[in-house]
Ligand binder design. Structure first.
Ligand SMILES: [Zn+2]
Ligand SMILES: [Zn+2]
Length: 108
């Protein structure tokens, strides 16, 4: 996955942790390269509990890596995300998840 902002490709670090940062933007997991991390207009989602932008977006949920709080991703952005496209989940399951999300969001 390239940097969402400048499109740079991630290179594997020789050792240790990658300097690239993960975040969530518009309910989508994104990677930010070391250069773009210095900018202050990254437009990343922030945790509603602690304000951290160290978030992980996975199947229908956004988890904060700083404080561990989890919230549901917004359904409209969640449907058609990479997570769904690549998961191979049966259609019935995704419909069920979407219905559950709609209930939570009051759209039913
Ligand atoms: Zn970048
Ligand atoms: Zn948090």
């Amino acid at each position: 996955m390239p940097c969402y902002r400048c499109g740079a490709r991630q290179t594997d670090p020789v050792r240790g942790a990658s300097p690239w940062k993960r975040g969530v933007r518009r309910e989508t997991q994104v990677l930010i390269c070391p250069d773009c991390q210095r900018l202050h207009d990254l437009d990343l989602e922030a945790c509603g509990t602690c304000g951290s932008t160290a978030l992980i977006c996975r199947l229908g949920e956004v988890e904060c890596r700083a404080c561990g709080s989890v919230r549901l991703a917004r359904a409209d952005a969640f449907v058609g995300s990479d997570a769904m496209a690549g998961s191979g989940a049966p259609p019935g399951l995704s419909a069920e998840v979407e219905a559950a999300l709609n209930r939570v969001l009051g759209r039913a």
